[in-house]
Design a protein around this ligand. Structure first.
Ligand SMILES: O=C(O)C[C@H](NC(=O)Cc1c[nH]c2ccccc12)C(=O)O
Length: 436
C-alpha cells in the first residue's frame, strides 16, 4: 500500500496547475462559476457523490448577492473563460456551492472539511516583480484577485479529495468536502448552513493559509475571529446647478464624506478591539452638479459579538446623523455578517497530536494572538458545536510576498502539500480520536 506521502508527492505538479489556473481566473464572491464547474468535474471524475447549487445553498439566506445583470454577465464571462457547460446550470444565478461526499461503507463519524473559492474585489498588481505577473498567472479578471489564498484553499480541497479517494479502503465513516462561495464579505456560509449542509457533520475542520503565521507553523484551533457586520448605505439627495442654485441641492456626496470620517472614529471600546472600515465611497455624477447620490460600503468589527453589535449601532447613528446634516435620505442594506467562535478543545487537541506525530511542521500551537480577521466558517462551526459536534479552524503558516488583501499578495505554494497531508491524516486516523 502506498503511504500518504507518496500520494501527496505524486500530486505536486497538479496542485501548482490548479492553483495557478484558479488564480489566473479569479472570481469574486457568488461569481465563482468557472471555478465551481472545474471543481465539480474533478470531484465527479474522482467518484464523489455531489450536491450542487440550490441543493447546498439556501437562496433566501444568501447575503450580499450581486445584482441580476452582474450575475448574468459574469456567468457569460466564465463560459468564455472555460467554465464547463455541463455543470453551469447548477450554479447559474449565484449558487456556486459544492458538497462532495464519500461514504466509505464502514461505520464511523461524518467528518467535514470546508474550503472557500472566492476572490477579493481588488486589482492585481501588474508590477514585473510580482511573481504571478512574472510567471503569467496573474488575474485576467479586472477587479478580482485571489489576495487571500482561496485559490490555494480550493486546490487543497481538490488535493485532499484526490488522496482520500485513493486511500478510501483505509477510511471509515463519511467524508464531506464543502466548497463554499463568497467568504469575503462573510456572505456565503450562512446560506449553506441554512440549507443543512453541516447538520450531520460531527467533526468539522475549516482552514486558512497564511494570515501572518510564519512558514512551518501550524495553528490547530484559531480563535481570534472578529465578529463583523457588512453594510451598504445609499444616500439620495437632490441635484442642482452648482453655480446658479447650489442652495437648492441636497448634497449626498458631503453626507457620505462626513459619515466616512465620523465612522472611522468609532473604534474606541473598553471591551477590546473594535474596527470600522469604509472600503468604498462612490458619489456624484458630474463636476458642476450638486451630487444627488452616494454609496458607502462599510464594515464594523469587534472582538466579541457584543462589541461589534455596539459599534454597528453607533455606526447607524452616525450615518443617520450625517444624512440629517445635509437633508438627504439614507438607506442601509445588510450585506454580510459573521460572529466570533471558539473551536472545541478535544478536536484541537487531536489535531495538535496528529500534527506533532507527522513531524512536518516546525512549530505546532493551539492558538495564536494575532491581527485578526473575520470568517463565516464560524457560522458552520457554531452549528456543528450546537449539535454536539467538534469543530476547529486550522491555519497553515506560510511565507507571503505581501499582506492579505494587498495587490501584491502571493503565497509560497509549498504550504499546499503540507495542508493536504495534515487534513488527510485527520481523516485516516480519526479512529484515534478519543472524543469529548
Ligand atoms: O470579513 C471578511 O470579509 C472576511 C475576511 N476574512 C479573512 O480575511 C480571513 C482571515 C481570518 N483570519 C485572518 C487573519 C489575518 C488575515 C486574514 C484572516 C476578512 O477578515 O476581511
Amino acid at each position: 500500500m502506498k503511504p500518504l506521502s507518496e500520494h501527496v508527492s505524486a500530486l505536486l505538479p497538479r496542485l501548482q496547475q490548479w492553483r495557478r489556473d484558479f488564480h489566473h481566473y479569479a472570481e469574486s464572491g457568488w461569481l465563482e462559476f468557472r471555478t465551481a464547474t472545474l471543481v465539480a468535474e474533478e470531484l465527479h471524475r474522482l467518484g464523489y457523490q455531489l450536491k450542487l447549487g440550490r441543493d447546498v445553498i439556501d437562496a433566501d439566506a444568501r447575503m450580499g448577492l450581486p445584482d441580476d445583470a452582474t450575475l448574468r454577465q459574469q456567468e457569460a464571462r466564465a463560459l468564455q473563460q472555460g467554465a464547463l457547460p455541463q455543470w453551469i446550470s447548477h450554479f447559474s444565478g449565484g449558487f456556486c456551492g459544492i458538497v462532495a461526499t464519500l461514504e466509505t461503507g464502514r461505520p464511523g463519524p461524518v467528518m467535514g472539511f470546508r474550503v472557500d473559492m472566492d476572490a477579493l474585489d481588488l486589482n492585481e498588481s501588474q508590477a514585473a516583480d510580482h511573481l504571478p505577473q512574472r510567471e503569467g498567472f496573474a488575474s485576467c479578471n479586472p477587479g478580482m484577485m485571489h489576495a487571500c489564498a482561496h485559490d490555494g484553499h480550493t486546490t487543497i480541497g481538490l488535493g485532499l479529495a484526490t488522496v482520500l479517494m485513493a486511500m478510501k479502503e483505509q477510511l471509515s465513516g463519511t467524508i464531506k468536502l464543502i466548497f463554499q462561495p463568497a467568504e469575503e464579505g462573510v456572505r456565503g456560509a450562512k446560506a449553506m448552513v441554512t440549507r443543512g449542509v453541516v447538520d450531520d457533520v460531527e467533526r468539522f475542520t475549516a482552514i486558512h493559509i497564511g494570515t501572518g503565521v510564519p512558514a512551518g507553523e501550524l495553528v490547530c484551533g484559531s480563535d481570534s475571529f472578529l465578529a463583523t457586520t457588512k453594510l451598504d448605505v445609499h444616500f439620495t439627495g437632490v441635484g442642482a446647478h452648482a453655480g446658479g442654485r447650489p442652495e437648492e441641492g441636497r448634497n449626498a456626496l458631503l453626507a457620505a464624506a462626513q459619515a466616512t470620517l465620523a465612522l472611522h472614529g468609532l473604534t474606541q471600546h473598553s471591551g477590546g478591539v473594535a474596527r470600522v472600515n469604509v472600503g468604498v465611497l462612490q458619489a456624484g455624477t458630474g463636476r458642476n452638479v450638486v451630487a444627488d447620490c452616494a454609496l458607502l460600503k462599510i464594515e464594523t468589527r469587534g472582538v466579541t459579538n457584543k462589541v461589534n453589535d455596539e459599534v454597528y449601532q453607533q455606526a447607524l447613528r452616525v450615518i443617520a446623523g450625517a444624512a440629517a446634516m445635509y437633508g438627504v435620505e439614507q438607506q442601509v442594506s445588510l450585506m454580510g455578517a459573521a460572529r466570533s467562535c471558539t473551536p472545541t478543545q478535544p478536536w484541537v487537541d487531536f489535531i495538535h497530536q496528529q500534527a506533532d506525530a507527522l513531524g512536518i511542521f516546525s512549530s505546532v500551537v493551539d492558538r495564536k494572538a494575532q491581527a485578526a480577521g473575520s470568517e463565516d466558517a464560524t457560522c458552520m462551526m457554531e452549528r456543528v458545536i450546537a449539535r454536539g459536534g467538534q469543530a476547529s479552524y486550522v491555519i497553515f503558516g506560510c511565507a507571503l510576498a505581501a499582506g492579505h488583501h494587498n495587490a501584491k499578495f502571493d503565497f509560497d505554494e509549498r504550504v499546499m502539500p503540507d495542508a493536504i497531508t495534515l487534513l488527510a491524516t485527520l481523516a485516516l486516523n480519526q479512529t484515534q480520536f478519543g472524543g469529548a
